[in-house]
Every structure is written in C-alpha cells, then in structure tokens.
Design a protein around this ligand. Structure first.
Ligand code: GBH
Length: 468
C-alpha cells in the first residue's frame, strides 16, 4: 500500500521543545516575549525550558530510533542561529547544535526534514515591524540562504515557512499567537503577503544558487481543514465552502501552485466587504508586483498539515465590522458524529484527510505531497495507554493508504505530530500531542513511549517490510 521509500516521520518545532531560551548567546524571539507577558498562555507557562531538547537532544534521538522513523522533521530557531535576525552576527554555538542534530540523524539513517521558520521570529526583527514590514522578505531570504549554505550539504528536504495562515491570522488578527496583535481586517493580509514574498525569494535563491549542487527540495507547509457544505445540495452552502477554502488553503496554495495570485473569490469577497462598509482605501488584500520574484511554481512538493474537518454554511453577515471574519462570511460547524479530542478545535475525522488529498490532487495538478503534520492531543488526566490516539493514527494512515491506492494521490510521506509532548502554544503544556510522554514535573524531563508510539512503531516496521 505504501511505496518502499515512503517517509515515515514525526515532527517537532524549535520553540516547542528546545528550551535554552537564553543559552549560549541565543537572541529572544517573539514567543519568548509573548509568553513572558501576563495572560497570554495557559497558566502563564512558557517555553523557557520546555523539553530542554537544547541539552537533551540525545534523549530525543533515542525516541526517534525507538519509533523506527525514516524521517524526522525539526525546525531551526532563527534567533538561536542569528541572535539579531541578521547574518551580521552568527551564533556558532547554535550552528554547532543543529549540526550535531543533523549529523546524528544521518549517522542513524534518519533523513531530516528542516523547517526554517516555525512561528518564532527574532524579537529584534519584530521591533522593526516584523512580518508587517516589506523588508522582512529580504531578511528572511538571507536567513534561509544562511541555512542552505550551512546545512544544505546534508539537508535535502526544506520547509521555508510553517503555516503562514496561523502566523498571519492567529498572530495578527486574533492576537492569540505571538506577536499578539489584534489588527483586524488589514494586517493579516499584509503579513500573509510578506510571508509569500519571503518564501518565494528563498525558493528562488535555492533554485538558482544551491539546487544544482545540493539537489534538495523546498516547499512551505500549508495547514488546511477538510471543508464540506453543511447541506450538500444547498447552493449557498456550496459557495460558502468555496469561499472558506479560498480564505484558508487557497490563500497560500493558489499563488504558489496555481495562478501566482490569490483566489479571485477571496479578493472579491474582501473588496465587496470594504465597499459595503464604505471603506475607500486600496484593496486590503495586497497585489503581487511584477518587479518581484514570481510566486507561481515556488514549491517542489505540496507540504500539508492536516488535523480536522468542518461543515460550512453561509455566514449571517457581521454588521459594520471590517475583519477577516466578516470578509470570509461563513460559519463552520462540527458534525455531531465526530469525536472531539483533547483540544476543542480538533474533531477526529480521518476520512477528511483522504478527501482533502484528492481535492489537492485535482485542484493543484497532482503535486507530490508530503503530509508534514497530523496528530491528536490529550488533555486532562494522563493516559499512557492512549488507545484512542492510536485508533486515530491507524484510521488516518488507512485513509492515506486509500488516497494513494484508490485515488492515485502522489503521497511520499507522513509525519505524525508530535514526537513528544511539548509546549503547545497558547495551551502551554496542557495539551499533549506526543508519541512520547514527557514528564514536565521531573527535572530529568524523562520521555516515555505511549501505547500509540509503540503501535506507530509496529506499523512503520510492518509497512517498511511489506512485499510490494
Ligand atoms: C499546528 O497547527 C502547528 O504547526 C504545531 O506547531 C502545533 O503544535 C499543532 O498544530 C497542534 O496544535 O484555537 O480555535 O483558534 C495546526 C493548525 C490552526 C490548529 C489554528 C489550531 C487554532 C484554532 N492550527 N487552530 S483556535
């Protein structure tokens, strides 16, 4: 069912696991700042120590080997490598750390997939406007080139930016992620735009200066729910679902994979809402300039983060407020038959992934796909025998198998989220996504495999050895 070179992975992100927030010359990031402000994160928790992977990498490696992963997805902390965000000053201790991680993985026959940016902008760059600023794209490109130069002899799978949607919307519209800005209706679109520009610049740099020698692949990780109309025959619901897709998956996937520009229905919805409330400025959704590197074609594969599904119906109008919610004008509902796992937003819908994969195949011309994140969380009392989580993984992986075999989707890998329990952004340590339990109350931060980890390991073993 799965090709013999299929990537079986698990993922983590720097801020969620590393700790060492001030170790050896690391600069602060926006998540350091955000967590140190009152009232931002569950229980005033922060990633100062987290799983302390900065000091305990060997423990992580053991977990990776125990699972029998073929691939491990990690992210680099920009401020650990470049404390003020620029290549004027390189923190060599940070370089040493990631060199060790990458070398150890390769020595154990595990292929690294490296995310260059997973939510943790250097604070020094935030102080200059962060992702709102036009010049962030050039700064990101320099940082990415630094990564290609430093690690690209060994790293062949790159993700420039993880989930630009989350960074733009949760960080700048809702204010529930760093940098905690609530500037509805304008800033998220600008931030998303600059993230696309930054990604495209980095991809072009790789393509022109590194690809021939390093022979790797570069993409960006796009998160998307599977969406379907609440009433399949209701035209309003069908149109609302298209609009919802345009504002989520389409926002980033259309420019990169399809047209070089935003979905037309996204722009028309935003502009119509502007007119409705008498907003007369330029379109709140920026336009790509002809003088800049083209966006279309700047991904060597489709990197998908999938967690959950929604049913969609038309919104009820949102009064005079100009915000992304009123632009999008939809309402999302959960099917009562979908179980909710630990966090309230995560309804368990394995078949939604198969449908989404088919949709991606049909919409974006059958790209090579890696599922770069998929997972299930626990909250509340600890359950080491996490049968429900394993059922989730088993069912989801079955759906991935069907997508390959029956729908012909070109899927090359699957990364469970996450290798181990870690700092879950605004939820702090209250949500546990790990295949390994981490005991945060114990100084040693010991890692213990959950039942789901053991079962995932068996499954990997089975599929790796199955005759094709
Ligand atoms: C991933 O995003 C992240 O890449 C990863 O770092 C994280 O650990 C993982 O999710 C698990 O959360 O709070 O109701 O506004 C997944 C996509 C989109 C899921 C935003 C949570 C917030 C819903 N995320 N969503 S809400």
């Amino acid at each position: 069912m799965f090709p013999c070179d299929f990537a079986w992975g698990a993922g983590t992100a720097a801020y969620q696991i590393e700790g060492g927030w001030q170790a050896d010359g690391k600069g602060p990031s926006i998540w350091d700042t955000f967590c140190h402000e009152k009232g931002r994160v569950f229980g005033e928790q922060n990633g100062d120590v987290a799983c302390n992977s900065y000091e305990l990498w060997e423990k992580d490696l053991k977990c990776i080997l125990q699972l029998g992963l073929t691939h491990y997805r990690l992210s680099l902390s920009w401020a650990r490598l470049l404390p003020d965000g620029t290549t004027r000053h390189v923190n060599h201790k940070g370089v040493d750390y990631y060199n060790k991680v990458i070398d150890d993985l390769l020595a154990c026959n595990v292929t690294p997939m490296v995310t260059i940016y997973h939510f943790d902008l250097p604070q020094a760059l935030q102080d200059q406007g962060g992702w709102k600023s036009q010049s962030i794209a050039t700064l990101f490109d320099s940082y990415a080139q630094f990564c290609f130069q430093t690690f690209g002899d060994r790293v062949k799978l790159w993700i420039t930016i993880n989930e630009p949607y989350v960074c733009a919307k949760l960080g700048h519209e809702d204010g529930i992620h760093a940098p905690g800005l609530k500037e509805p209706g304008i800033t998220a679109y600008l931030v998303g735009h600059n993230m696309l520009r930054a990604h495209a610049m980095a991809w072009h740099s790789y393509d022109s200066s590194y690809r021939a020698k390093q022979k790797g692949l570069v993409s960006l990780a796009i998160n998307s729910d599977w969406l379907e109309p609440l009433q399949p025959d209701c035209t309003d619901d069908i149109v609302a679902t298209e609009r919802d897709f345009a504002f989520t998956l389409g926002w980033f996937a259309w420019p990169v994979f399809l047209t070089g520009d935003y979905p037309e229905i996204m722009r028309s919805a935003i502009d119509a809402n502007s007119r409705r409330v008498g907003y007369t400025g330029a379109s709140r959704l920026p336009s790509f300039s002809k003088d800049e590197p083209v966006i279309l074609g700047t991904a060597d594969f489709f990197a998908l983060n999938y967690y959950t599904s929604r049913k969609v119906k038309a919104g009820a109008g949102f009064g005079q407020t100009l915000c992304m919610k009123s632009d999008r004008d939809i309402e999302e509902v959960l099917d009562p038959s979908w179980p909710i796992c630990g966090v309230p937003w995560l309804a368990v819908v394995p078949h939604g992934l198969r449908r989404l994969l088919k949709y991606i195949k049909d919409t974006f011309n059958n790209p090579v796909v890696y599922i770069t994140e998929n997972g299930f969380s626990q909250v509340g009392p600890l359950q080491m025998e996490d049968v429900q989580r394993f059922e989730f993984y088993k069912d989801t992986i079955m759906e991935v198998g069907k997508a390959i075999e029956e729908d012909g989707v070109n899927i090359r890998g699957y990364f469970a989220w996450s290798l181990m329990d870690n700092f879950e952004w605004p939820d702090g340590f209250s949500a546990r996504f790990g295949l390994f339990h981490v005991d945060f109350s114990d100084e040693k931060l010991s890692r213990t495999m959950y039942h789901s980890g053991r079962e995932y390991a068996k499954m990997i073993m089975k599929y790796k050895s199955e005759p094709k």
